[in-house]
Write a protein that binds this ligand. Structure first.
Ligand code: M6R
Length: 610
């Protein structure tokens, strides 16, 4: 949520910042802006809308310099507008600030500053920062002391970057709870909220930690803690390849990421199963004795990751037989759950930066519970704050609508459940082998589904004007129904709800008319006959049936208006396949309605505010 970039070096800063912002645009696209030292003065350019709008403004009013900061915004305080766009400044434009996160006590600080004569122009929380710094400098403090003083005044989770007119050779930065990375090039340093903006230019990166701040010039980097003590920067080799974050010929990241799923699964199988049946998670450092002692698990996550967690609950109860709950992080944090000593928390997060999930981790730690996490970014705050983490190995996910991360999360939850079950001697070797043999077939089954994507693309044209969708699934596929509905809502803006099939008659059936398509996941399982009854009930009310069935199913096919067949597989693994046609449906409907699926309105990829 919001992306920050910064640069000091010999290159043209305007283009460096623009390229960086384009890489971070998935974090927010309400407005964008830059601040640059141009002949010693701070020059600001900012515009409402996507980075393209800023780019056009810069064509009309270019800036010239080698040092600067930039921002792409996801609005929290104040509507998306030019005035609310970052950077924000003090009244003399001698300090420029870009900010990610929330300053929770900004109203109080704003009143205090206003009573001292400071005039504010925007409705943002950010604007208090340059004014607070200006107030400190006016009182004769050094920049260092000004920073140290304001850190104790501002509350919330945030990251900032700052230019001071009096030091035109450097970029300042600070963070407390929001990510900031520094990239090192040759005679240049870069700053970014996420790795994507550093891949092309930085051979090494340093992930700053909470409560760290500092500055860089083109040749020097200094980092301090919030007491002012120096910190030795730890740089790591930057190993991501540019192709991993490129669309590689696809029109959108979302469809690229949907089609990547089979190859990700081949990688997961190779890494986790070593070509055989021995499960391994080398990065997972929690001692086996602790894991095998756990008697209760609480999975906490948000959005798509929560849906994966809901299926994970089934896996953890079925295989290692551990009582497991799955909860929305945002509710878990505030409901003071009853926990016993051997309860462990599993946090699931693609980005590893979701504020709600992170808050859940802090809450768990306050209760002295062990926390393990499943993340797609091993350098993320959630990975760092957990006692141990598992890398879901999906590669960078840029599309705001999560797709490949969901299946990679599910796969890891499944394999992890089997791993814990074998640690606890709860699964016979033959059963384990049979399940893992089936896992090995998943990539080619996914390929088979994706080879038929054009069927769904064709259907999508029929739903361009549809107002409501319903999604139904049962047991393992109930969360898939929720996920299908979430996907459709977020990128095509069609209202959609997911339900467990059995709940239909308890209320949602009132929604069914001939105008409402109902997506029914009806794969082979014990509960199949019940799902067939649900479909009959919908049919009787003239609802349009879109069914997802196993190959060869004639019964549901005969009842359906649209029927998509997926390869046969056991019910327990079926969500890994049933979700793919739903991902395709939401993508193609959004495209047919002429929306950009990678930049859905009001959303951002990494939700770093509570
Ligand atoms: O990065 P996380 O997995 O923690 O993100 C959680 C949700 O914000 C995320 O899944 C969101 O719901 C997606 N936009 C869904 O497509």
């Amino acid at each position: 949520m919001c992306g920050i970039v910064g640069y000091a070096g010999n290159k043209n800063v305007e283009s460096v910042l623009l390229v960086g912002l384009i890489c971070l645009e998935y974090r927010g696209y309400d407005s964008a802006g830059i601040a640059v030292f141009d002949k010693g003065d701070i020059e600001i350019r900012k515009e409402k809308g996507k980075i393209k709008a800023l780019e056009n403004l810069l064509k009309e009013k270019p800036v010239d310099g080698h040092i600067g900061i930039g921002h792409t915004r996801w609005a929290t305080h104040g509507e998306p507008s030019q005035i609310n766009a970052h950077p924000h400044t003090d009244s003399k434009t001698s300090i420029a600030v870009v900010h990610n996160g929330i300053i929770e006590n900004y109203q109080k600080l704003k009143f205090q500053l206003q009573s001292k004569g400071h005039v504010f122009h925007s409705s943002t929380d950010t604007e208090v920062i340059p004014h607070l710094l200006a107030e400190e400098l006016k009182a004769g403090k050094s920049i260092k002391d000004a920073f140290l003083n304001i850190f104790s005044k501002i509350e919330g989770k945030w990251a900032i970057s700052v230019l001071f007119e009096r030091e035109p050779d450097r970029v300042y930065f600070a963070q407390d709870g929001a990510p900031l990375l520094i990239g090192k090039g040759k005679n240049e340093y870069y700053l970014s909220s996420a790795i994507e903006a550093l891949i092309r230019n930085s051979a090494e990166v340093c992930y700053t930690k909470n409560k760290e701040w500092g500055y860089f010039t083109k040749n020097e980097l200094a980092i301090f803690d919030f007491q002012g003590n120096p910190i030795v920067p730890e740089f790591k080799k930057q190993e991501l390849k540019w192709t991993e974050i490129d669309k590689t010929g696809y029109p959108h990241y979302m469809i690229k990421e949907i089609f990547e799923q089979p190859s990700i699964f081949r990688k997961i199988i190779e890494k986790r199963m070593n070509g055989g049946y021995e499960l391994n998670f080398p990065e997972f450092t929690l001692p086996k004795e602790i894991l095998s002692r756990v008697t209760r698990l609480i999975i906490q996550a948000a959005g798509t990751s929560l849906h994966a967690g809901m299926i994970g609950k089934h896996y953890l109860e079925q295989f290692p037989k551990i009582q497991t709950d799955s909860e929305m992080s945002s509710e878990f944090v505030y409901r003071n759950p009853v926990v016993e000593g051997d309860t462990m928390i599993i946090a699931i997060s693609q980005s590893g930066e979701t504020a709600d999930t992170l808050a859940g981790i802090y809450e768990a730690k306050a209760k002295f519970l062990k926390v393990i996490s499943l993340v797609n970014n091993v350098n993320s705050t959630i990975a760092r704050e957990s006692d141990a983490f598992i890398d879901m190995l999906a590669g960078p996910e840029i599309g705001v609508a999560s797709t490949k991360a969901f299946t990679a999360q599910l796969m890891h939850l499944f394999l992890f459940s089997l791993y814990v079950a074998s640690l606890k001697w709860m699964i016979p070797e033959e059963e384990l082998k049979a399940l893992l043999d089936e896992v090995k077939l998943l990539p080619s089954k996914m390929d088979a589904i994706l080879n038929k994507a054009s069927i769904i693309e064709k259907w999508s044209k029929d739903f361009v004007d549809t107002k409501d969708f319903v999604f139904l699934g049962r047991t393992y596929n109930h969360p898939v129904a929720l996920e299908g509905a979430l996907k459709l809502k977020e990128i095509s803006y069609i209202h959609a709800s997911g339900y467990a099939g059995g709940e239909l008659k308890h209320g949602p059936i009132a929604l069914i008319t001939s105008e409402v398509p109902v997506v029914c996941i009806a794969i082979d399982s014990e509960i199949y006959p019940k799902m067939v009854s649900n479909i009959e009930e919908i049919k009787a009310r003239h609802g349009k049936i879109i069914s997802i069935v196993n190959e060869g199913d004639e019964q549901v096919k005969a009842l359906s208006d649209y029927c998509f067949e997926i390869p046969k597989c056991s019910e327990v693994l079926s969500p890994l396949l049933t979700v793919i046609p739903l991902q395709l449906l939401s993508y193609y409907v959004a495209v047919a309605r002429d929306y950009d699926p990678d930049k859905p309105r009001n959303l951002a990829k990494s939700v770093t505010v509570e």
